[in-house]
Design a protein around this ligand. Structure first.
Ligand SMILES: [Zn+2]
Length: 139
């Protein structure tokens, strides 16, 4: 089994940080799993920009809509993803999409489609990035 498909996500923490995590979990009366989900949900930092590989100009952050075609069995489900923040080079007029991030994003969108189909619902036609990345509780 691929380790990414397993339920556990392992974080490496030193002894002091583990005690801090346990203290916060205890103080807020929430399970460690919930604390981790809430921490990831509320984590907000500026996404770093880089220089463009083509022209070496500084990139900017942008968020436009993107179309996704998610194939499943005989059908392709088309989904429009709104407000996905990503780098853009104003000089080259090109989006700069990081392959690893895009692969993970597609995996998440695919997950949404399959989840809908599993419960015999129609897959969403549109998704907002903020809603898409909100963590759900344990099932
Ligand atoms: Zn450029």
């Amino acid at each position: 089994m691929n380790s990414e498909n397993q339920k556990y996500l392992v974080a490496s923490l030193n002894e002091r940080n583990k005690v801090i995590a346990k203290l916060k979990s205890s103080m807020f009366s929430i399970e460690m799993d919930e604390l981790v989900r809430k921490a990831i949900d509320t984590y907000a930092a500026k996404i770093p920009t880089n220089t463009c590989h083509q022209c070496n100009e500084q990139t900017v952050m942008t968020s436009k809509s993107m179309n996704y075609g998610i194939p499943f069995k005989e059908e392709t489900h088309n989904i429009i993803l709104h407000n996905f923040p990503r780098e853009y080079c104003q000089h080259c007029q090109m989006d700069i999409l990081e392959l690893r991030t895009m692969a993970i994003l597609e995996e998440l969108i695919r997950f949404e489609v399959l989840h809908s189909l599993k419960y015999e619902k129609k897959p969403p036609k549109e998704l907002d990035f903020k809603d898409l990345i909100a963590m759900s509780g344990e099932e």
